[in-house]
Write a protein that binds this ligand. Structure first.
Ligand SMILES: Cc1cc2nc3c(=O)[nH]c(=O)nc-3n(C[C@H](O)[C@H](O)[C@H](O)COP(=O)(O)OP(=O)(O)OC[C@H]3O[C@@H](n4cnc5c(N)ncnc54)[C@H](O)[C@@H]3O)c2cc1C
Length: 446
């Protein structure tokens, strides 16, 4: 059987490796348009912070290892341009200009997502950068050194923009951030987002939400980001305003698309076309709280979905229940985490949300080094179900979020969650963990 995979990063290489492990004689071919496979995009901001580190440190496994040790027919610099589901072929062009066509028995589309780059004047000038793949990372790092960059404008204030802001400040660069939306982190509880905003400001970063960027101009010694009511300059401009799924190949082949134009898949990762699967950032997923389709492009789902496809093309019947939208990031000293729905998303999904916001301590009373942890918890008045949690703190937020994430997968009520036997010792939290305090307060309101 011939299993062809388009895209050679998290979802694609997870699928290729596992399929080969499960069925040694399967012919597995991966077609990757760039020269890089299997690397940690998530590590790029942290790598960027340290001039001594090579960007290639982030490569998890090199192409030759997949070929020589695992027997995977991995072809880099091969861009797929069309899928023909009737003839069961994919075709495209290699970077050397040669065209190629391959037939498949089973096909996986694992093309990921692309950074959104506005189609505006100056968004292609030297010094303008987007960050999505390893080559972008290398380009940014090289540019910072070659041009002795001391001042950067970041367009966007999402998690990648904030991680990059921290990385550039670690290299003593001046950073300003701008975005069109008026609210700093619009998906977040206002008190919690204020904690994050204060942390960013305390680290010397000026933020300008509510400014529509119209163009980037070349000026003496750098670039100028122009809004109707604001001009910001720097030697480098970085855009991080989100990503969109790479689903054109699938759309042109007649496959159905789901939310945000991600490729629609069932719980077994099968698309609307027989024998064609999709996994990772290019594909949608079921949300375990709403039961509806959603699109949340994050790494664990990409790896897990790749594995599930491998199981299914090698005779298994793996069904993934879905995602809870669990996410975490660090900005300077703060950990920012979320799982499930915020109140607005809960209303949109037909729930009757009630929420509480509490501020607790990260360590026991009188234990040295304690700091504040903010928690928002959302429950459903009708069913009593836990719907979502957000958290911000200097310690203990990143992994604490896993408890409510598991509770969401289990469909627990707030009452049941409030009875969870959570761990306690003074260096790690108060005896009533902030999760339990939030649940108890929420129960009073429900
Ligand atoms: C800076 C940064 C930080 C991140 N931090 C986190 C984090 O902290 N936590 C987290 O969960 N996630 C994080 N992510 C997201 C995470 O990296 C992605 O969710 C994950 O990489 C998705 O894997 P994927 O295989 O679906 O797609 P990708 O990693 O995008 O891989 C898709 C591959 O397909 C190739 N491809 C596309 N089209 C074609 C074609 N037509 N022909 C051939 N090849 C093609 C691409 O070149 C690419 O190599 C971060 C992303 C970035 C950019």
């Amino acid at each position: 059987m011939r299993f062809v995979i388009i895209g050679g990063d998290a979802a694609g290489m997870s699928a290729a490796s596992r399929a080969k492990r499960r069925q040694r004689d399967m012919q597995v071919t991966v077609l990757e348009q760039t020269g890089d496979v299997s690397y940690s995009a998530c590590g790029m901001p942290y790598n960027m912070a340290d001039p001594a580190r090579e960007m290639d440190d982030l490569i998890v496994r090199h192409a030759h290892v997949f070929r020589e040790k695992q027997g995977i027919d991995l072809r880099i610099m091969h861009r797929v341009e069309t899928i023909d589901p009737v003839r069961r072929t994919v075709s495209g062009t290699a970077t050397d200009g040669d065209g190629f066509q391959l037939s498949y028995d089973k096909l996986l589309i694992a093309t990921g997502a692309s950074a959104i780059i506005p189609d505006l004047p100056g968004f292609d000038l030297p010094g303008f950068m987007g960050l999505k793949n390893l080559e972008d990372g290398r380009r940014i790092k090289r540019f910072m050194v070659d041009h002795e960059v001391g001042k950067v404008v970041i367009i966007g204030m999402g998690y990648i923009a904030l991680e990059m802001c921290e990385a550039l400040r670690a290299r003593n660069m001046d950073v300003t951030m701008v975005k069109p939306g008026p609210v700093f982190l619009p998906w977040m509880n206002e008190d919690l987002s204020s904690m994050v905003k204060e942390e960013v400001a305390a680290n010397g970063v000026a933020m300008y939400p509510g400014h529509e960027v119209r163009e980037i101009d070349r000026i003496d010694g750098g670039l100028k980001v122009v809004s109707p009511d604001l001009e910001l300059d720097g030697q480098m401009v970085l855009v991080a305003i989100g990503v969109r799924p790479n689903s054109d190949l699938a759309k042109n082949a007649g496959l159905q698309l789901g939310p945000k134009k991600a490729i629609a898949v069932d719980k077994g990762l099968l698309t609307s076309e027989n024998d064609i699967y999709a996994a990772g950032d290019c594909a949608d997923a079921y949300h375990v709280v709403t039961g509806r389709k959603t699109w949340v492009p994050l790494a664990l789902r990409a790896n897990r979905a790749g594995w599930a496809v491998a199981d299914n093309v090698t005779g298994g019947e793996k069904m993934l229940p879905g995602i809870a939208g669990t996410a975490v990031f660090k900005v300077f000293e703060l950990q920012v985490a979320r799982t499930g729905l915020n109140p607005a998303e809960a209303i949109e999904a037909g729930f009757e949300p009630i929420e509480v916001m509490i501020k607790g301590r990260t360590r026991a009373h009188a234990h040295p080094g304690a700091s504040t942890i903010g928690v928002e918890m959302v429950g459903d008045r009708k069913s009593g179900r836990l719907l979502g949690v957000q958290m911000v703190g200097k310690e203990g937020a990143a992994h604490r979020i896993d408890a409510p994430a598991v509770a969401l997968h289990a469909g627990m009520t707030v009452e049941a969650f409030s009875q969870s036997d959570l761990a306690y010792a003074p260096p790690f939290g108060p005896v009533w963990d902030p999760m339990l305090t939030a649940a108890n307060e929420l129960l009073k309101k429900m």
